[in-house]
Design a protein around this ligand. Structure first.
Ligand code: 4AD
Ligand code: MG
Length: 432
């Protein structure tokens, strides 16, 4: 019996006869030879069917195959230095498993709405495939990083009664006879976790009913939220930059072929592994923007043009520290010598990608936090468990949240964050 392999392992089977389960992505043929473009989910490569080497029925079958037909093929692996992949298979036998007719995504150009309507099929194409493989690597490297740094993963609930990031973009749902929301952030639960396990991270889906239709906003996105007890903001910034640089390095090391498929220049990425990342204050950022022709006042939140300018100015991710209180959430710790800003930072990515991380030191005083909860217009009963954390051995602690898809869009150089998640939920899309 023949050994069944995956395309990705072709290099280990040169000059061997093997069996592979594949789909046809494209083909071209002449009277004497058929070139089959094949994929098996692990990689893409070419099958060559020579008329003189196979029986007539097999050659006829090869010429008739339609896009996305699934089949078993048998044949001999050859090195092929002319191809992108480096190997091909000289096909000897073809056994069709599942027919395919009129596959909607043809090799010609399609509009993005059409492709997104067919996302369940589009995932098979080389670019989405490369992106999802990089996503998988970033997830893997995230667990590696936090495990090696001594963090415990704490899963925060998705159904919740709290609204850490403000009440305007909550997804409301019924929870039997009471109200609930889909989680905007696992942070408040991560803080409880940090008091129980010292260093923790949550990693799960988060939801924002944001009526923003920008290339940076998803309605449902995945967030990594580390939270560290006995830690001030300066040390948290070091964790953040080390984490980001670790992810970039692992993508460079493990996803070379996928980056190439996406046309991402690895030399650009290498710059982002050099630490430290610059740190500037919000005040300095405002001055810098004003000097460069931006018309804005102290106190405003940055939009896409401002964030793009700032990170491009440094040609690296840049931390912007100490934002005005009015534009940040209630749980942040106020600056020790200024009553108008918090001890917080956003990490802005260059090349137009903007904020990829938001984080802060947390308010640790019971009375001050209670005041903040009230000021934010939140129901104190819903936060009494969170306030408890300040009643029983409150300690300085800091944390941050990184949007997985924002990070990926930046690292892969994609235009829109919708490319970075298998099935994006957007303002106008919940299908497929
Ligand atoms: O800045 P945000 O809202 O911060 C929090 O949720 C904090 N609780 C995090 C923490 O301190 N534990 O969101 C954090 C990150 C952003 O920097 C961005 O990367 C991502 O989450 N993000 C989004 N990604 C895609 N679509 C959206 N609508 C996003 N909103 C935030
Ligand atoms: Mg933010």
């Amino acid at each position: 019996d023949l050994e069944q392999i995956n395309i990705i392992d072709a290099s280990k089977h040169v000059d061997e006869k093997v069996k592979i389960g594949v789909w046809l992505t494209n083909k071209r043929s002449s009277g004497k030879i058929a070139f089959l473009q094949l994929r098996d989910g692990t990689a893409f490569f070419q099958g060559v069917v020579l008329k003189k080497a196979v029986d007539e029925a097999t050659f006829e079958l090869a010429k008739e195959l339609r896009q996305e037909t699934s089949m078993w093929i048998t044949g001999i692996i050859h090195q092929d230095d002319r191809s992108h992949f480096g190997y091909e298979i000289e096909v000897e036998g073809i056994e069709v498993i599942g027919e395919s007719e009129d596959y909607p995504i043809t090799p010609k150009e399609h509009g993005v709405d059409f492709l997104m309507d067919h996302r369940h099929l589009w995932l098979r194409s080389s670019k989405p495939h490369a992106l999802m493989r990089i996503r998988n690597e970033v997830i893997r490297a995230t667990y590696e990083f936090y495990n090696k740094e001594g963090f415990t993963k704490i899963d925060s609930p998705i159904l919740t009664g709290s609204a850490p990031e403000g009440t305007t973009d909550l997804f409301h749902t019924e929870y039997f006879d009471r109200d609930a929301y889909l989680s905007q952030s696992g942070q408040l639960y991560a803080e409880a976790g940090a008091m129980a396990f010292n260093k923790v991270f949550t990693f799960g889906p988060t939801f924002r009913a944001e009526k923003s239709k920008t290339r940076r906003h998803l309605i449902e996105f995945w967030m990594i939220e580390p939270e560290m007890a006995f830690m001030h903001q300066e040390e948290s910034l070091e964790v953040q930059e080390q984490y980001v640089a670790f992810l970039v390095q692992n993508v460079i090391d493990h996803c070379a072929a996928d980056l190439k498929t996406l046309g991402r220049d690895v030399d650009v990425l290498k710059k982002y592994t050099q630490l430290p990342y610059p740190r500037i204050s919000y005040d300095e950022a405002i001055d810098l923007l004003k000097q460069n022709g931006f018309d804005l006042e102290w106190g405003v939140d940055f939009g896409s043009p401002e964030e793009t300018f700032l990170a491009d100015h440094f040609d690296k991710p840049v931390f912007v520290l100490n934002y005005p209180k009015a534009i940040k959430p209630f749980y942040m710790k106020p600056h020790p010598t200024r009553d108008d800003v918090y001890i917080c930072a956003d990490l802005l990515a260059p090349e137009g990608y903007g904020e990829i991380i938001g984080g802060s030191e947390r308010e640790v005083d019971y009375d001050l936090l209670l005041e903040q909860v009230k000021k934010a217009g939140l129901n104190t009963d819903d936060y009494s468990w969170y306030l408890d954390l300040r009643k029983y051995g409150s300690v300085p602690h800091s944390g941050f949240g990184m949007g997985l898809e924002r990070f990926l869009t930046w690292i892969t150089g994609e235009e829109h964050v919708r490319e970075a998640i298998p099935f994006p939920r957007l303002l106008n899309r919940i299908y497929p």
